[in-house]
Design a protein around this ligand. Structure first.
Ligand SMILES: CCCCCCCC/C=C\CCCCCCCCCCCC(=O)SCCNC(=O)CCNC(=O)[C@H](O)C(C)(C)COP(=O)(O)OP(=O)(O)OC[C@H]1O[C@@H](n2cnc3c(N)ncnc32)[C@H](O)[C@@H]1OP(=O)(O)O
Ligand SMILES: Cc1cc2nc3c(=O)[nH]c(=O)nc-3n(C[C@H](O)[C@H](O)[C@H](O)COP(=O)(O)OP(=O)(O)OC[C@H]3O[C@@H](n4cnc5c(N)ncnc54)[C@H](O)[C@@H]3O)c2cc1C
Length: 661
């Protein structure tokens, strides 16, 4: 679609775009992380959307389970081939964001890329990388990450799959001792992968050393048949991601060489001696890496949903504001603005915190290379908290966008249902959110209790700032609002710690006291992570070198985000004295003013997300706003419309209608 050709565009959208008071391209560059990245993303997207191989013969929703899998596998394989063929040698991991939308409903190679390869990189020693990394990057072998079992997902220490070392032949024996030990869920495991990284309890010299990663061949490289001693299959339809062939796996005393234990961090020597790692959670590194990636992925899902909802809200007219006057655009209703615009603000919050987290991850990884694990707990806490809040914010945001589109948002062709099912899964996978937030709380309480000791962990240094508990501010700058978030988090942590201590003083064991306080602990973790997000948002916007127009828009969005979240949890701000009821009322009023300020820019801001129609895949969100014709055209594709009277009429309805005669 030619974006310069207004004649093809819906008139409301033309009017909206004429109101734009900032440089859209400049904002696009900020979203992408720089001009060069925008250019690279566009180049990749052009390559994909001009390729007919990525078109579906019929809409996916009309395909059978098998066809859906096969169709996405066809496109995934083509995508890998295509990217590998590029002379510039694209790094698929760097460019993963550019690919959003080209593959629908998950894809069978997703976990190969996002976990199997990272597991080899992060857990295999150099000889092992030599053996498997190149082959997996060239897609000669396809793998997954098999950790979760029927009986245990969250509690990794509770995994039952065993890897018992046999020094006589220098092999590990992999075994699934019970039904609950069956590996269950790994993406691509059902039919696609021929290798996997398995997390299993390591037994050597009669002792269990806990879960460790092993690389295991599952299928014959020529015939793709599952190997003897291995039972494999797919687990059946899911809420979404249905082309991902999530699978099950059982081992019957299956033997692998000793050298298939991934030995970057811990080793089993030939005689069975166990060599322990620098830090006993280094084997959880793959999960941590992916949690960081999930924050960025959630911001992209939300960009898709809010682009659809905002454009549709500008095109859709309904009811009346002024009696007797023409029906207004639904975006003119304040309640509609309250649904959509905070989600736009949320996109930037997630982008900026994802970037900050990535930087921390890089510096922790660099330190790890020198054997320094000091900052690992902080990275675990931050990545857990941000993975949890980004996935729940984005899932809720996508759902709000769907609701904001009324009935049409319920249609598959809006692409909102699939965006939702493709986002809400992140609340559960890679560490269920409640569980991860409780890990954050554990870190907070520990940090609070060690105030005065130098840990070098900057994200919790504020916990030592006891003076701020007494100082509620009367100013309302963005910085002051961020301080209010800090106060609220600090006060919740102090309250939770005091409650825990009181229960322990009364004779309760710590772990019972912990469980008894866990609703409050969850709130601490959320408040702490929200404070982190708000602080990064404010700092990023404040220090941004941008034109006045772009800066103004981002400042308004940042302020809206701060106030929106204060109003959602205002009780916490009142309780700790960070804000008064009067302050809250003033902020609520200002939030409505901000909605009005941002409303005329909303379409242009989502235009800056620069999502091509072919990837957005939505009847409601297309650039030209030609919503009704597209809805009608999509409806005509229903197989039920192939005939005027369906066979089922003759089989079932006719006999029913005639039975009473
Ligand atoms: C070129 C390559 C580069 C590529 C990069 C690409 C990256 C990807 C990019 C984008 C990806 C975006 C797209 C996403 C698509 C992803 C698809 C994924 C599909 C889903 C896959 C899965 O779900 S895999 C399975 C995931 N499972 C889990 O997450 C399980 C959750 N449970 C746990 O993690 C743990 O059980 C637990 C943390 C909850 C508890 O562990 P445990 O019982 O062992 O703990 P303890 O109670 O004994 O001890 C707690 C103690 O340990 C510390 N700790 C825990 N974890 C860590 C850690 N990871 N690091 C450091 N420290 C840790 C904790 O803080 C406690 O410390 P204390 O000092 O004792 O308090
Ligand atoms: C789409 C999808 C893809 C997946 N892909 C993979 C994959 O590729 N590889 C893989 O290995 N796994 C995969 N998984 C599995 C996933 O990692 C687990 O489902 C996830 O870790 C949650 O574990 P669980 O299912 O055992 O939930 P449970 O832990 O049983 O959670 C159920 C409830 O119990 C609560 N709960 C559990 N423990 C605690 C606690 N300590 N404190 C308080 N509450 C608690 C939870 O909060 C939750 O409300 C996938 C899952 C999904 C949905």
């Amino acid at each position: 679609m030619d974006k310069n050709n207004e004649r093809e565009c819906n008139e409301d959208l033309i009017r909206e775009r004429r109101k734009c008071n900032f440089n859209i391209e400049e904002l696009t560059n900020i979203v992408d992380g720089g001009k060069a990245r925008t250019a690279r993303r566009r180049e990749i997207q052009r390559l994909l959307i001009n390729d007919p191989e990525f078109l579906d013969e019929i809409p996916q929703d009309y395909m059978s389970h098998e066809d859906r899998y096969s169709n996405e596998l066809r496109k995934s394989a083509h995508l890998m081939q295509k990217l590998a063929d590029q002379e510039s040698g694209h790094d698929i991991h760097q460019d993963i964001g550019a690919l959003t939308g080209i593959l629908k409903d998950g894809n069978p190679l997703m976990v190969h890329l996002s976990m199997f390869i990272p597991a080899i990189l992060g857990q295999a020693n150099s000889e092992q990388q030599e053996k498997w990394l190149g082959r997996s990057l060239r897609n000669e072998i396809i793998g997954t990450y098999a950790q979760t079992e029927l009986g245990h997902g969250t509690f990794v220490r509770g995994l039952e799959t065993r890897a018992t070392y046999d020094p006589t032949v220098e092999e590990f024996v992999l075994h699934t001792p019970t039904i609950t030990a069956t590996k269950w869920w790994p993406g691509g495991l059902g039919k696609t992968c021929n290798y996997c990284v398995v997390m299993a309890q390591l037994y050597t010299q009669g002792r269990c050393y806990g879960p460790h990663p092993f690389i295991v061949q599952l299928r014959d490289e020529e015939t793709h048949r599952s190997l003897p001693g291995i039972t494999l299959g797919e687990i059946g339809p899911r809420l979404g991601l249905n082309s991902n062939d999530n699978g099950f796996l059982k081992f019957e005393n299956h033997r692998i060489p000793r050298t298939n234990m991934l030995m970057k961090h811990s080793q089993v020597l030939k005689d069975g001696t166990y060599v322990k790692p620098l830090h006993n959670k280094l084997s959880y590194g793959t999960m941590m890496l992916v949690r960081v990636g999930i924050v960025g992925a959630c911001s992209r899902s939300l960009q898709y949903a809010v682009t659809i909802a905002t454009r549709y809200s500008a095109v859709r007219h309904q009811s009346e504001i002024v009696p007797g006057q023409p029906e207004p655009q639904i975006l003119d209703y304040q309640t509609q603005q309250y649904k959509v615009i905070p989600q736009i603000a949320s996109v930037f919050a997630l982008i900026f915190s994802a970037r900050s987290l990535s930087k921390i991850q890089s510096s922790v990884t660099a330190k790890l290379k020198d054997g320094n694990t000091d900052l690992l707990p902080e990275l675990h806490s931050l990545s857990s908290g941000l993975k949890a809040l980004s996935s729940s914010d984005a899932s809720w945001g996508v759902e709000v966008c769907r609701l904001a589109c009324g009935g049409h948002g319920y249609l598959a062709s809006s692409n909102l249902p699939r965006t939702y099912t493709g986002t809400t899964c992140a609340i559960t996978y890679e560490g269920e959110n409640t569980v991860l937030l409780l890990q954050v709380a554990r870190y907070l309480i520990k940090s609070y209790r060690s105030i005065g000791k130098e840990t070098g962990a900057s994200s919790v240094s504020y916990l030592a700032d006891q003076t701020s508990l007494a100082s509620s501010s009367s100013s309302f700058s963005n910085k002051a609002l961020v301080q209010a978030f800090k106060l609220s988090a600090l006060s919740l942590v102090a309250e939770a710690e005091a409650r825990l201590q009181k229960l322990c003083d009364m004779g309760q064991e710590f772990y019972h006291a912990w469980n008894y306080c866990s609703v409050l602990l969850l709130k601490c973790a959320e408040a702490h992570t929200r404070y982190y997000i708000c602080e990064k948002y404010e700092q990023t916007v404040d220090s941004l070198k941008a034109s006045e127009g772009v800066k103004n828009v981002l400042q308004s969005l940042c302020r809206l985000y701060l106030i929106y979240h204060i109003t959602l949890t205002h009780g916490d701000f009142l309780k700790c004295g960070a804000l008064t009821p009067r302050n809250i009322a003033v902020l609520e009023g200002e939030m409505c003013d901000l909605l009005a300020v941002l409303r005329p820019q909303a379409v242009s801001i989502v235009d800056a997300f620069d999502i091509p129609d072919e990837l957005l895949g939505s009847t409601l969100g297309c650039w030209d706003g030609n919503v009704y014709q597209r809805l009608y055209d999509e409806a005509l594709k229903s197989p039920l419309n192939k005939t005027d009277v369906p066979d089922a009429y003759y089989k079932y309805l006719l006999p029913l209608m005639k039975s009473s005669l």
